[in-house]
Design a protein around this ligand. Structure first.
Ligand code: PAF
Length: 281
């Protein structure tokens, strides 16, 4: 595995690979790898001749009050894990490499970025789409891999790809979960023992929603109330939102119909966690 920190060097390497007719898979990440990241890499390894992982904690997607500085980082461990999965290139640019001092251009997807997580993180998705667009232009992948855990991010990136005519396929890989059901996240590492225990209520509430739907419930408000009741029983968990919405447009639904996304965000202590399930009615 080659570790590369400049755009110029990565482009030179990938242009050789492309000339040999090889397909390129990109996994954009912010590092601190868990099984979810490794699943994305394994999937890309199966499907593409060349696998590129970008490891970059992107400052433009964090608000000043958020955890950019303290976001967990462990480069040596990440390098070892990526190498073991068979990644070909680990791209880890500096901030100076990614954003010139006179950087003025941002990519912004409208409307669907104001809902769900966008309601409390108004600039987050603009940072995500900007850096992902830059990575797509740098790597020019045939396929790019994202986790279903970040359901809204996937919807927003798909829209950007459609609207800006990026010539690539987005591959979405199911959420990786701990044995007890907690969705894997680099931020889980911040949870205290009691917060970790109580955070389980999030995946349990989604499971409960699925059971209600399986047993015939279709009214979104009723399902939300049942989920809220469960989550409120955990004093360390503060619910931010539950959304029951159309999987593609993120429009809130009053009845479960077609492909429905049930997504939530909550804080366990100070740690913001998200999770979701997709119901195919
Ligand atoms: O999902 C993430 O880790 C980030 O939002 C991404 C896609 C790597 C952009 O910085």
């Amino acid at each position: 595995m080659k570790v590369i920190s400049t755009i110029k060097e990565l482009r030179a390497e990938l242009s050789k690979e492309r000339q040999e007719g090889k397909t390129i898979g990109l996994i954009p990440t912010m590092g601190y790898f868990h099984q979810g990241h490794l699943e994305l890499m394994r999937r890309a390894r199966e499907e593409c001749a060349v696998v590129v992982v970008s490891l970059y904690v992107n400052p433009t997607q964090f608000a000043p009050s958020e955890d950019f500085e303290s976001y967990p980082r462990d480069f040596e461990r990440d390098k070892r894990l990526a190498e073991n999965v068979g990644v070909d290139y680990l791209f880890c640019p500096s901030n100076a490499e990614m954003y010139l001092p006179n950087h003025l251009t941002y990519v912004e997807v409208e409307k669907i970025t104001n809902k769900l997580c966008g309601a409390s993180r108004p600039h987050h998705f603009k940072g995500v789409t900007t850096v992902v667009a830059k990575l797509f232009n740098i790597v020019k992948p045939d396929k790019a891999y994202f986790g279903q855990k970040d359901a809204q991010q996937v919807v927003v990136i798909r829209k950007m790809v459609e609207d800006l005519n990026f010539d690539l396929e987005i591959v979405v890989v199911p959420t990786a979960r701990e044995e007890d059901g907690l969705a894997m996240s680099s931020r889980n590492t911040y949870l205290s023992a009691v917060e970790r225990e109580e955070a389980l209520v999030l995946s349990k509430s989604l499971q409960h929603a699925k059971e209600l739907i399986d047993s015939g419930e279709r009214i979104a408000q009723k399902i939300k109330e049942e989920m809220q009741k469960l989550i409120k029983s955990k004093p360390h968990v503060n619910l931010e939102y539950i959304s029951i919405c159309d999987h593609k447009t993120l429009e809130e639904l009053s009845r479960i119909e077609g492909e429905t996304l049930i997504a939530l965000a909550a804080k366990a202590g100070k740690v913001r966690l998200i999770d979701n399930i997709v119901i195919r009615d």
